[in-house]
Design a binder for this molecule. Structure first.
Ligand code: FE
Ligand code: ZN
Ligand code: FE
Ligand code: FE
Length: 191
């Protein structure tokens, strides 16, 4: 097929399928930014609670003491983050409840498969750091959005609380970076 024909084909298929790509909202779909904000809070509340269950498994599978203590420290921080989210729900007069975060569920699954696919030691440690940083980056993206939403909604006290969670996720990401670059990755090459 000539290139110009291919382009024509693409155009035609885009046009004919365009309407099917537009998603019909559910009956309870968010209609205001505040509704979307609360839905997003439920998402991260579910995610943080899921992580409480996952982080001890990461520690149990890690070998480097610096990695174990980094994750244990973040486990403590995560528990504080959950209470902060509960404060946010309180401020809003909403019940603190989680709604399954498909992204975090997927990241956790990926973390599990990295464990299966690596021998214990520095290589598994490197895998744990990789999986953990994907999780931290997801949380950074989520809290970044939530802080922006809170500010737009004029909820400055809530924005402050969420900014603390955001800062802690960034800190955790930095610590993981340091552990990887200063010890784990170097050992993983030698092993
Ligand atoms: Fe967190
Ligand atoms: Zn999430
Ligand atoms: Fe999500
Ligand atoms: Fe985190």
């Amino acid at each position: 097929m000539k290139n110009s024909d291919k382009m024509k084909d693409n155009k035609i298929s885009h046009k004919s399928k365009g309407e099917d790509l537009v998603v019909q909202p559910k009956n309870d779909a968010a209609s205001e930014l505040k509704d979307l904000f609360i839905d997003s809070l439920k998402d991260i509340y579910w995610a943080e609670n899921a992580l409480i269950g996952v982080l001890p498994k990461m520690v149990a599978n890690a070998t480097a003491p610096s990695l174990q203590s980094a994750i244990n420290e973040h486990l403590k921080v995560t528990k504080i983050q959950i209470t902060r989210l509960e404060d946010v729900f309180n401020f809003l007069g909403e019940k603190a409840e989680g709604k399954k975060c498909e992204a975090m569920a997927g990241l956790i699954k990926e973390g599990d498969s990295i464990l299966e696919e690596t021998q214990p030691g520095a290589v598994r440690d490197a895998g744990i750091i990789a999986a953990s940083q994907k999780i931290e980056h997801y949380e950074i993206a989520t809290y970044g959005t939530l802080v922006a939403f809170a500010k737009t909604l004029g909820e400055n006290d809530i924005a402050k609380l969420l900014s603390k969670n955001l800062a802690e996720e960034k800190e955790a990401d930095c610590v993981l970076n340091d552990v990887a670059l200063n010890s784990v990755n170097i050992k993983a090459v030698r092993d």
